[in-house]
Design a protein around this ligand. Structure first.
Ligand code: NAD
Length: 297
């Protein structure tokens, strides 16, 4: 293995520290405590784990956490009413509706009912439009975390060839916008892309966000390229039990790449750290305070 490991766990701890420092300053100087409301509908086990972890880290950063757990059969009207209340609540600066929602709820409608300035996931259509036009917006947490790691490792990304594998609204598309914003030459690839290996071989930066375990082998990677692995896939171990792997084949890619994020311990921890960063950023924007430096795009 020759690649440098980009340690997302350590980076996330640093970001959380910066967030906590800024929260302390806002509390002392302005008497304001940033607050994050997380809404969970139903009892999806993975979502419950995420929500618990988000709440714990929010409190550890010195912010207020408000958890709203609703039954799986909650009506759309009741959910929209709760979001309207949170939009109007002066103690709430960030609102996150945990996805996926139960099938009877209209995800787009629900997300677009969140006040854009409190949309800490950055999924509201206004924030998508602002990001796409290079304006100040709330930026989706996972791609923001990837961007922070890339900037930290490379300094400037200007002129680099970046290939994003996956075109989801949550990761692939906003990731491409952010890389474009940092003056990369960006290619977005997906399940219909022709000769994906050849496209990936041209990349100085590869961001894999597909959801297919270990799909990208080392011989797709240009020697020295930086590989950011967003994938989180649970696979069976031959000896029994399961383990987490990314969308890239770590061992073979690490032999060729210049730098690589591991799974776990890469992009994953950065996602929640960026949620905390977005909450403090939202609080500062809402109250017209100085924003923390380096914690947004
Ligand atoms: P998604 O299912 O919404 O999108 C997957 C994308 O991959 C699609 O655009 C599809 O076109 C593309 N794709 C599918 N098969 C392909 C193929 N053979 N070749 C090229 N492209 C192909 O997934 P998502 O929400 O973007 O998530 C992707 C992965 O990232 C998942 O493993 C998910 O668990 C993980 N994820 C991790 C974090 C984190 O915090 N680390 C956050 C979000 C998602």
């Amino acid at each position: 293995m020759s690649a440098q490991i980009i340690d997302g766990k350590a980076f996330a701890a640093k970001v959380r520290g910066q967030v906590a420092e800024h929260v302390t300053r806002i509390k002392e100087e302005n008497g304001i405590t940033p607050g994050l409301a997380v809404v969970l509908v139903g009892e999806d086990p993975a979502s419950q784990v995420y929500v618990r972890s988000k709440g714990k880290q929010t409190v550890e950063a010195g912010m207020n956490s408000y958890e709203h757990k609703l039954d799986a059969d909650t009506s759309q009207d009741d959910l929209l009413k709760l979001i309207a209340d949170l939009n109007a609540d002066k103690d709430v600066h960030g609102i996150l509706v945990q996805l996926p929602l139960p099938k009877h709820l209209n995800e787009d409608l629900v997300i677009n009912s969140i006040a854009p300035e409190k949309d800490v996931d950055g999924f509201h259509i206004s924030n998508v439009g602002l990001l796409g036009t290079g304006q100040k917006s709330m930026v989706p947490c996972t791609p923001l975390g990837c961007l922070m790691m890339l900037r930290d490792y490379h300094g400037s990304l200007s002129g680099m060839n970046a290939v994003v594998i996956g075109r989801s609204n949550i990761v692939g598309k906003p990731m491409a916008q952010l890389l474009l914003g940092d003056s990369c030459t960006v290619t977005i690839t997906h399940s219909r892309t022709k000769d994906l290996p050849a496209v990936v071989r041209g990349a100085d930066i590869v961001v894999a966000a597909v959801g297919r375990p270990e799909m990208v082998p080392g011989d797709w990677i240009k020697p020295g390229a930086t590989v950011i692995d967003v994938g989180i896939n649970r696979i069976d171990k031959p000896e029994g039990g399961t383990r987490l792997v990314g969308d890239v084949d770590y061992a073979s890619c690490a032999d060729v790449a210049g730098a690589i994020t591991p799974v776990p311990g890469g992009v994953g921890p950065m996602t929640i750290a960026c949620l905390l960063a977005n909450t403090v950023t939202a609080c500062c924007r809402i109250h017209g305070l100085v924003e923390p430096e380096g914690l947004t795009a």
